[in-house]
Ligand binder design. Structure first.
Ligand code: MN
Length: 343
């Protein structure tokens, strides 16, 4: 598709993608007002009329909770801790740790988190500045560099360790990352562990016209451009960069969970609600269109997915459906059934 298609704020992408006809906006622009009024608004009511994409309203805006350290490498705000009923309201997401830009001094020491297990979900690590090195009990390992995303399916169980990559550690400098936990449905909780190393070069890219910005598509699709991530349930994750003054609509399926993390800058949502850096915006499940207007240059991470709708029990590094399954996970971890990992 053409990523630089004109995007009128009043006619969603569906209107422009699949309907080569006039929109109501076009008609209003082309016809004197009196004539439109004389038509009684019925001119567009025929079978080819384009229904406006229904807006999705904001449920709540959360400011950043206090930072805490994960190991000695990740200074994060754990947003979901501050959200009541987060496991239900954010289903299929379980956790969001955001490490905003933080300057680390150069060091030869290793900073990060040593071996620990996971079961029953996926960890998705986004590196924005700085690099993260990882290795795990399957023998796999690698580096997540700036712009890369590592999508790890813990599934049946894995041990891994996450550190600042050595070269970055020695240079020091700004570090910025996100780790998102994505739940797995009951039927997939024991899937064999796997990695998807999603490189910056392999992301879907939508360039907005007129220098308005760019959308990186990590999972799902946006304006017909698909992201590289394979997911077990429908998920759309977008990394939006908008120039000051740019307007952009994001349409996501009715019924999906949708949230936005404002990583930098400021924007106005639906022409009314101003949001700024570190705000986490949770939307209602009903509706589709979210209209954004960038007050300043801004970067917004869009998280959305179809709710799984199953019971969720999270305890430490495990996310299962029942307490008994959590207890079993701890037993399996302690008895070595998730593998072993030397540090
Ligand atoms: Mn981990």
């Amino acid at each position: 598709m053409a990523p630089d298609r004109d995007r009128s704020p009043d006619a969603g992408p569906d209107a422009q993608a699949s309907r080569p006809i006039l929109t109501r906006r076009d008609v209003l622009a082309a016809v004197p007002a009196g004539i439109v009024l004389g038509l009684g608004g019925t001119a567009m009511a025929g079978p080819d009329a384009v229904a406006p994409v229904p807006a999705r309203r904001i449920d709540e805006v959360y400011t950043a909770p206090r930072f805490h350290w994960v190991g000695d490498g990740f200074r994060v705000a754990g947003y979901f801790n501050a959200i009541p009923d987060a496991l239900q309201r954010l289903d299929p997401f379980v956790l969001l740790d955001y490490a905003p830009e933080h300057a680390f001094a150069p060091t030869t020491a290793r900073r990060g988190v040593g071996p620990h297990p996971h079961r029953g979900f996926e960890t998705v690590t986004f590196a924005f500045q700085g690099s993260v090195a990882h290795h795990d009990s399957t023998g796999a390992g690698g580096v997540i560099g700036p712009g890369d995303v590592q999508w790890m399916t813990a599934g049946a169980g894995i041990l891994h360790a996450e550190y600042h990559e050595q070269g970055y550690g020695r240079r020091g400098g700004p570090f910025e990352m996100v780790q998102l936990w994505v739940n797995l449905p009951k039927a997939s909780k024991f899937h064999p562990p796997r990695y998807q190393p999603l490189t910056a070069a392999g992301m879907g890219r939508v360039t907005l016209p007129g220098g308005a910005g760019e959308v990186r598509v990590i999972a799902g699709e946006h304006l017909g451009v698909a992201g590289p991530a394979k997911t077990f349930t429908p998920i759309t994750i977008l990394d939006l960069s908008l120039a000051a003054g740019a307007r952009h609509d994001v349409n996501l399926p009715d019924g999906y969970t949708v949230a936005m993390l404002v990583m930098s800058g400021a924007a106005v949502i639906h022409g009314r609600r101003a949001v700024g850096q570190d705000d986490f915006v949770l939307f209602e499940r009903a509706g589709s269109r979210i209209s954004l207007a960038a007050t300043t240059a801004c970067r917004i991470l869009v998280l959305s997915g179809r709710p799984i709708g199953e019971p969720v029990v999270q305890h430490g590094p495990f996310v299962m459906n029942t307490r008994a399954e959590i207890d079993q996970a701890w037993r399996d971890y302690r008895s070595g059934k998730m593998g072993t990992l030397d540090d």
